[in-house]
Write a protein that binds this ligand. Structure first.
Ligand code: TRP
Length: 376
């Protein structure tokens, strides 16, 4: 399991170790989200979304420029996506929930890319049928988030190839192998599909421009591990006559174990969107916490919320109310709140969230066609 003492690794295909987000900003050359920027967003949104208020979205590129454009009357499109390699868990949903908020606030069109091709190429055991099935399954979770059907298009990479391939070719022609090799840590033995793939992931940045013949700015909300894709896409953009895509980056949701991000490969530390209530209870009950080994010690010395997934989930997703969150923090620190009680409280909130989500997910089965880029 990814422990705290492991070396930090953040690539599109691997995240491990204790993540130092300030270091990532420096290494990736992105910008921190400043108070001024938050104020500008708040002006448009009326309020600051939990994920901004609590610093879950922490870094960006050209977000100030996107706002300048918007304020001068130029609309932008949103773009995010998912690599369909298994069932969706609540960590995946963080940027989607935020993207829906941005769509509501700015009225933007959204392109959502399902990279069934990427996951097929990366995973030696996956067939194209398998990743396609995951893509359609995962699309239900995307739709359940509540995006505006009139303004949202889900791209299925393999099935929509006739639209995206042309544009991918234009992008690919401007990228050298050595650039891709360095940015993604590829080697001589990497398969050639994965060398070409970054051109495919770049396409939705330019899709609106290509389809309308205008130069339309694009903002990508995504976890920071996707950054190498955008670095390359930004270099290509001016060569094709387009604006560089802007980004807003989020952190990773930790798993229920000790350290490490939530990962479907460790199902017991991971809350899937389709988990039934008793499974959610069990997983949360078995979670690692920042509590002391005995109740006596816990009451005496208090717990440590800074290492506690149970607290993180309140912080990142499930406790909207800042006062209540602070109370939980204080009561944990001073030992008044026992981990068992906190787990029960969290499990109730997660179950409530999933019950709603699962209802919407069921309904999404009838709505799929409204969202697909190419109707079936
Ligand atoms: N490569 C991403 C993944 O493996 C999927 C993806 C494609 C994506 N386009 C995106 C993610 C845009 C965020 C934003 O999950």
């Amino acid at each position: 399991m990814a422990g705290d003492d492991e070396e930090m690794i953040v690539t599109p295909w691997e995240v491990a170790g204790r993540i130092d987000y300030s270091r990532l900003i420096k290494e990736f050359g992105t910008q921190p989200i400043t108070k001024d920027l938050l104020k500008r967003i708040e002006k448009h949104a009326g309020t600051l979304h939990l994920q901004l208020r609590r610093g879950l979205f922490f870094s960006h590129r050209d977000l100030d420029w996107i706002l300048d454009m918007y304020e001068s009357g130029i609309r932008f499109v949103l773009y995010t996506g998912r690599g369909p390699s298994g069932p969706v868990h609540i960590g995946h949903m963080i940027p989607w929930i935020f993207t829906k908020h941005l769509q509501d606030v700015f009225g933007s069109k959204l392109y959502f890319q399902m990279t069934d091709d990427e996951k097929f190429l990366i995973n030696p055991d996956f067939t194209l049928e398998k990743t396609r099935n995951f893509a359609y399954d995962n699309a239900l979770d995307v739709i359940a988030v509540g995006f505006d059907a009139k303004k949202t298009k889900i791209i299925m990479d393999v099935e929509d190839a006739e639209i995206i391939y042309r544009i991918a070719l234009k992008v690919a022609k401007k990228i050298t192998f050595s650039t891709i090799k360095a940015a993604f840590g590829l080697t001589e033995s990497s398969n050639i599909g994965i060398i070409f793939f970054p051109a495919i992931q770049a396409v939705p940045c330019f899709l609106e421009s290509e389809l309308t013949g205008e130069n339309v700015p694009c903002l990508i909300p995504a976890a920071i591990d996707q950054d190498p894709y955008w670095r390359i896409t930004r270099d290509v953009a001016p060569k094709l006559g387009y604006f560089k895509p802007a980004q807003i980056h989020c952190k990773f949701l930790p798993g229920l174990g000790k350290g490490g991000k939530m990962s479907a490969s460790m199902p017991e530390t991971c809350i899937f969107t389709t988990d039934p209530p008793e499974v959610v209870e069990r997983k949360i009950w078995n979670a690692f916490t920042g509590g002391k080994p005995t109740i006596k010690e816990h009451k005496l010395h208090g717990g440590d919320p800074s290492i506690c997934p149970v607290y993180y989930y309140d912080y990142y997703l499930f406790e909207e109310d800042d006062d209540k969150l602070n109370e939980t923090y204080m009561k944990c620190r001073n030992g008044e709140l026992l981990c068992g009680d906190h787990k029960i409280m969290l499990a109730e909130k997660v179950k409530k969230f999933l019950k709603e989500h699962q209802k919407k997910r069921e309904k999404a089965k009838d709505k799929l066609d409204d969202y697909l880029f190419k109707k079936k």
